[in-house]
Design a protein around this ligand. Structure first.
Ligand SMILES: Cc1cc2nc3c(=O)[nH]c(=O)nc-3n(C[C@H](O)[C@H](O)[C@H](O)COP(=O)(O)OP(=O)(O)OC[C@H]3O[C@@H](n4cnc5c(N)ncnc54)[C@H](O)[C@@H]3O)c2cc1C
Length: 490
């Protein structure tokens, strides 16, 4: 061995940081190895939204939750889909529920301030044990506090100095005074920051910036550009890892163990084709280092693998001007629905992104659905963001020339544009409009869950003010009013 540590961590995501802090607390030497030049992994790019059941913030506000309730919920959600599996056995779920809270307490003792979202419903809040808020977030972080290390922190994709739970309001800027107030707060915070030498980051970057700061203060060692090539095994135990240094192999021993926390395989097309077919690496927002290195290395040394076909999927618009743009908040808004390549609607567009992707891939097994078409009317264009464009804006010429966006004055003509049977698309549209008028999506229950409503247009009342109201036709359901003139985008 060329070097020795008590504990070696592969990858610098969220779990890596907290594990490193725990080991330092126990007085052990810790080395974190990160293969890219930036620390933080996909965690730093993420929303940083942590599902922490029975948390101290809800308790302080008198919001009732319990370990039993959280367990009931988690079991109801997980077992409805893949069932009990090695990565998510009942025992592991229980451990998560108990330890998640202890983790937040521990990190707060390490100086990391958290807050809860006022509202961020559980994704399947209609299931037993579901609640309207259990998420915890790191508070905004002044990245300048990291000194030179700030250049080593992976930036977040949400560049605005607002907590992420406020950020979700911004797309409603044309429709909501709260969103306008938040935009003003954000601008003032930026100006004030410039005057006082502060640069605020949010979401996963705030979480990982704060974690990095705590870890550096605690004496954790970090190395970037340090790709782990091999896991060293002796007498049936992992004893260290091999990296490359100066063109040579460099062995690092880990007296107490190695934590492999090296992300998924979002950027490995071969593994996608094998485990999650019909998905492309170009669509991902995960950090570029997530190439499945450690999965392959674990297979080499004979580890048992499980649930390789699972993913944190998220629906994207493939905008010719903005690349893959998150579509979840947009598709759940009124005046839009989604169809497969035969013009048939096949899911609740407003639910969890996991379920969305699962449903899309499942559909694709029998009917071409990757990509699908979003059918929107002129009201959607006026009020809501579409891919990377603002509400009401003229859409870039490239969207039309590339075939990403098509428009037509009638449903039948639109069907011709997107190459689906006009009668099918017309029937789909009429059925959707009937549901919208009646305030009930009888096919997929869009708008039934609190989560769907939260993603929908919060400005829209859930029920019509009066049957004669001009808007009553289309306002029963926050996320599914009827359609008028049309466009379609993939
Ligand atoms: C845009 C986006 C938003 C998200 N929002 C949320 C959210 O709000 N809440 C939530 O719970 N989840 C969210 N997720 C999912 C969540 O971010 C990931 O599941 C989580 O960050 C994974 O953490 P990790 O530590 O396993 O991997 P990562 O954070 O990706 O860290 C893995 C690290 O390992 C490094 N690595 C890989 N191979 C090697 C090697 N051979 N040697 C050394 N280093 C290596 C990688 O470069 C990477 O830096 C989001 C994901 C994305 C992309």
């Amino acid at each position: 061995m060329d070097e020795q540590f008590d504990f070696v961590v592969v990858g610098s995501g969220g779990g890596s940081m907290s594990a490193a802090l725990v080991m330092r607390e126990a007085g052990k030497s810790v080395l974190v190895l990160e293969k890219t030049d930036l620390l933080g992994g996909s965690t730093a790019k993420s929303g940083g939204v942590m599902w922490i059941p029975n948390n101290r913030f809800n308790a302080a506000e008198g919001i009732e939750d319990s370990l039993e309730k959280a367990e009931e919920y988690l079991n109801a959600v997980v077992e409805a889909y893949p069932g009990d599996a090695p990565g998510t056995s009942r025992e592991k779920r229980r451990t998560y529920i108990v330890e998640a809270n202890a983790m937040i307490d521990f990190l707060m003792r390490k100086g990391i301030p958290f807050e809860k979202a006022p509202k961020w419903p559980d994704y399947y809040d209609d299931r037993p044990g579901g609640m309207l808020t259990r998420t915890v977030h790191a508070k905004l972080f002044n990245v300048n506090e990291l000194g030179e290390w700030k250049h080593k922190l992976r930036p977040n994709s949400f560049p605005y100095p607002l907590p992420i739970f406020d950020g979700v309001m911004l797309p409603l800027i044309k429709r909501s005074w709260t969103a306008r107030r938040l935009a003003v707060t954000m601008t003032l915070r930026n100006w004030l920051g410039k005057l006082t030498g502060k640069k605020w980051v949010t979401a996963g970057a705030a979480l990982q910036g704060r974690m990095l700061q705590a870890a550096l203060n605690a004496g954790v060692e970090f190395r970037t550009g340090a790709e782990v090539k091999e896991i060293v095994v002796a007498n049936d135990a992992v004893t260290g890892v091999v990296i490359e240094k100066g063109g040579k192999q460099w062995q690092i021993s880990a007296r107490l163990g190695v934590l492999l926390n090296a992300g998924g395989f979002s950027h490995n097309q071969e593994m996608r084709d094998q485990y999650i077919p019909h998905t492309r690496k170009e669509w991902t927002h995960a950090a570029e280092g997530d190439t499945g290195d450690m999965h392959r290395e674990l297979m080499r040394i004979g580890a048992a693998m499980g649930q390789m076909e699972e993913m944190v999927g998220n629906q994207m618009f493939m905008s010719p001007t903005g690349g893959p743009v998150g579509a979840q908040m947009q598709l759940a808004k009124p005046h839009a629905f989604m169809v497969d390549q035969t013009g048939t609607r096949y899911m609740n567009e407003g639910g969890s992104y996991m379920l969305f992707c699962q449903s899309m891939l499942e559909r694709h097994k029998t009917v071409p659905a990757v990509p699908s078409w979003v059918i929107m009317d002129s009201q959607f264009k006026r009020y809501h963001m579409m891919a990377d464009s603002m509400p009401g804006s003229n859409k870039p010429a490239e969207w039309f020339s590339s075939g990403f966006l098509k428009t037509a004055p009638t449903i039948e003509e639109l069907a011709g544009e997107i190459d689906v049977d006009p009668a099918t698309l017309k029937a789909t549209t009429e059925r959707f409009n009937t549901f919208a008028r009646n305030g009930k999506d009888e096919d997929f229950g869009r708008g039934d869950r609190e989560y769907d409503k939260w993603l929908g247009d919060i400005r829209r009342p859930p029920t019509p003010r009066s049957a004669r109201s001009r808007k009553a036709r289309s306002t029963r359901c926050r996320s599914c009013p009827a359609m008028s003139a049309l466009s379609a985008a993939r």
